[in-house]
Write a protein that binds this ligand. Structure first.
Ligand code: FAD
Length: 487
C-alpha cells in the first residue's frame, strides 16, 4: 500500500520537509510508493484575498517541485476543490482510489486549517486501515512549547527570544535538517500516470496581473523555487548581513534578505536557513557570533514567536485583534484618505514611498510596513483590518501570523517625518519611489508642504498632507482610551 504526503501552501519543497521525510520512510517500511498531493482551492484564494504575485509564486514553485519529484519517480497530483468544505472528502477519495494507508502533512496553526485537520482525523478514524499524521515543521521551536516562569505561557517577545536562544543552544539538534526523499522505483510514474498527468493550474481568472510587463517584473524580483531561495540566502550571507545590525532599518540600502516569500510559502525551511547561518557564524550560537547574523536571526525568532502567539490566541486568525479590546474601537470612514493611502498620495512622503514600493514590487521594507500601518489606524483612524487586507491583496510574502501581528493596533503612533529623517537620512528612498520629489533639495523632501514656499510646492504636482498627523494622532489616542474601556 502507498503513502501520501499532502503538501500545503506552507511547505512547497522537498528539502528538509519533516512530514514528507516521514512519509518517505514509511513508504520504504511498507514497501509501497510515496505519492505527493496538493489541493488547489480557488475559493480559498478568494476568501483570503491572496495577491496575484503570491499566487503566481506558489504555482511556479509547485511546477518546479512537481518536476523535481517526478525525476525521482514520485508523482505529485494537483487537485482542484470547488468548495472550501470539500477538502477532506477529496483527500479521502484520493486515499481510496490510490490505495493509501498513511497520510502525512505538516501542521498549519490557523483555526480554519486546524479544523480541517481535525475533520480529516475524524474521517480517518471512521475508515479502517488508514492513518493521518500531522507534524510540526514551520518553526525550529514548536509553537506553545516555551514556558515562562511558573510554567505559564510566554507572551512577551524579549523573554521569548532569550528562552529560544537558550533552548536551541541546549538542543542543537533542533537545527538539524532531514534529507529529501529518495524516491520510488521506475514503475511508479507509469503506475500513477493519472496523477502525473494532473497539471498545476493556471492563474485563476480573478488573479490576473495588470499586464504582462508586471508579471515579468515580479517574476524577476521573486524567482520561484527552493534553489532560487537558497541562492538568495547565500547572497545575503556573503554580501549584506555584515551591515544588517547597523543599517537594516535604512530601506534605501536594501540590506535585508528579501527571503520572506520563500519562508511564507515554505519554499525554504527555517532549519536549513539557520543551519547555513550557523556555519557562516563559524559555529557560534546566535547570541555570541557576528552582530549581523545575530540580529537577523532575532527577526526570524519574531516569525517563530508570532506562530507561538497564534497558538495562544487563536482568535488572531479570525479577523480579531490579539488584544480583544481593540475590537471596540470606533473607526472612521474617510474614503478619500483610504484611496490616497492605497495609491501613495497622502501627502506624507515617507508613507507614500512605502505604499508605492508595495504597489510596484509586491513587497515593502519592514520599517515602512510599521509606518504605513500606524498611519492608517493612528492618523486616518481607519479600521486597521482594511489595511491588513490590502497587504494580503498585494504582498508576495503574505503570512497570516506575521501580517496580523504586524497590524495589531497600538498606542504607539509614529511621527512619519522624524522616522524618515532617521531612517532615510539622504531622502534616497523617498526620491526613488516618489519621483515628483526627485529634485526637492535637502530636508524639504521629508515634509515638502511645510518646508518649501507655496510656489515651489505647487510646482511639484505632489498632494498636500491629507490630515494633520499631530492632531489626528492625538484624536486616535483619545479614541482608544475611550473605546478600549467601554467594551
Ligand atoms: P529580513 O529582515 O531579511 O528577515 C528575515 C526573515 O525574518 C523574514 O523573511 C521574515 O520571515 C522574518 N521576519 C523579519 N521581520 C519580521 C517581523 N517584524 N515579524 C515577523 N517575522 C519577521 N512578514 C511576512 O513574512 N509576511 C507578511 O505578510 C508580513 N506583514 C507585515 C505587516 C506589518 C504591518 C508589519 C509591520 C510587518 C509585516 N511582516 C510580514 C514582517 C516583516 O516586515 C517582513 O517579514 C520583512 O519585511 C520581510 O523582508 P525580508 O525577508 O528582507 O526580512
Amino acid at each position: 500500500r502507498n503513502v501520501l504526503h499532502w503538501f500545503r501552501s506552507k511547505d512547497i519543497r522537498q528539502e528538509d520537509n519533516i512530514a514528507l521525510h516521514n512519509a518517505s520512510l514509511k513508504a520504504k517500511e511498507e514497501s509501497g510508493s510515496l505519492i505527493g498531493m496538493y489541493l488547489h482551492s480557488p475559493k480559498d484564494v478568494e476568501w483570503h484575498g491572496t495577491s496575484p504575485a503570491r499566487m503566481d509564486f506558489i504555482l511556479e514553485s509547485l511546477r518546479i517541485l512537481k518536476g523535481q519529484l517526478e525525476e525521482k519517480n514520485i508523482p505529485l497530483a494537483v487537485l482542484e476543490v470547488e468548495k472550501r468544505s470539500q477538502k477532506t472528502e477529496t483527500v479521502m477519495r484520493f486515499v481510496e482510489e490510490n490505495d493509501v494507508s498513511h497520510v502525512f502533512a505538516n501542521m498549519e496553526y490557523e483555526v480554519d486549517e486546524l479544523r480541517r485537520d481535525i475533520d480529516m482525523m475524524k474521517r480517518v478514524q471512521e475508515k479502517e486501515g488508514v492513518s493521518f499524521e500531522v507534524l510540526h515543521d514551520q518553526t525550529v521551536v514548536t509553537p506553545g512549547e516555551l514556558k515562562g516562569q511558573g510554567g505559564g505561557p510566554m507572551k512577551v517577545f524579549t523573554p521569548y527570544h532569550k528562552a529560544w536562544l537558550k533552548e536551541t543552544k541546549a538542543e542543537p539538534g533542533l537545527l538539524d535538517t532531514v534529507p529529501a526523499p529518495e524516491g520510488n522505483d521506475e514503475k511508479a510514474l507509469e503506475q500513477f500516470k493519472k496523477l502525473v498527468e494532473t497539471k498545476v493550474p493556471e492563474m485563476p481568472e480573478s488573479k490576473q496581473f495588470a499586464s504582462d510587463e508586471e508579471r515579468q517584473r515580479l517574476r524577476k524580483l521573486w524567482p520561484a523555487g527552493h534553489e532560487a531561495g537558497m541562492k538568495r540566502l547565500h547572497h545575503f550571507l556573503d554580501k549584506k548581513v555584515s551591515d544588517y545590525a547597523a543599517h537594516r532599518s535604512e530601506p534605501a540600502r536594501d540590506l535585508t534578505s528579501r527571503l520572506s516569500p520563500y519562508f511564507s510559502s515554505g519554499v525554504i525551511s527555517v532549519r536549513e536557513v539557520l543551519s547555513t547561518a550557523l556555519k557562516s557564524n563559524n559555529g557560534a550560537h546566535f547570541d555570541e557570533g557576528d552582530a549581523g547574523i545575530d540580529s537577523w536571526v532575532r527577526e526570524i525568532v519574531f516569525r517563530e514567536f508570532y506562530r507561538h502567539m497564534m497558538v495562544l490566541t487563536p482568535h488572531g486568525s479570525m479577523n480579531l485583534p490579539q488584544n480583544l479590546k481593540f475590537d471596540f474601537v470606533q473607526w472612521e470612514d474617510d474614503e478619500e484618505g483610504w484611496y490616497k493611502w492605497c495609491e501613495g498620495r497622502t501627502g506624507v512622503p515617507w508613507v507614500d514611498a512605502g505604499m508605492r514600493q508595495l504597489n510596484h514590487e509586491a513587497y515593502m521594507h519592514n520599517r515602512l510596513r510599521m509606518v504605513v500601518s500606524s498611519y492608517l489606524s493612528g492618523n486616518l483612524l481607519l479600521d486597521y483590518r482594511r489595511g491588513e487586507r490590502y497587504f494580503v491583496e498585494h504582498l508576495v510574502d503574505w503570512d497570516l501570523s506575521n501580517n496580523t501581528n504586524g497590524w495589531e493596533p497600538s498606542y504607539t503612533i509614529f511621527n512619519p517625518i522624524t522616522q524618515a529623517e532617521k531612517c532615510d537620512k539622504e531622502g534616497a528612498y523617498i526620491r526613488k519611489w516618489v519621483p515628483e520629489l526627485q529634485d526637492v533639495p535637502g530636508k524639504a523632501v521629508f515634509a515638502p508642504f511645510d518646508r518649501l514656499s507655496e510656489k515651489e510646492f505647487e510646482r511639484l504636482g505632489y498632494p498636500r498632507p491629507h490630515v494633520d498627523f499631530g492632531e489626528t494622532a492625538q484624536r486616535a489616542k483619545e479614541r482608544y482610551k475611550r473605546d478600549l474601556h467601554s467594551g
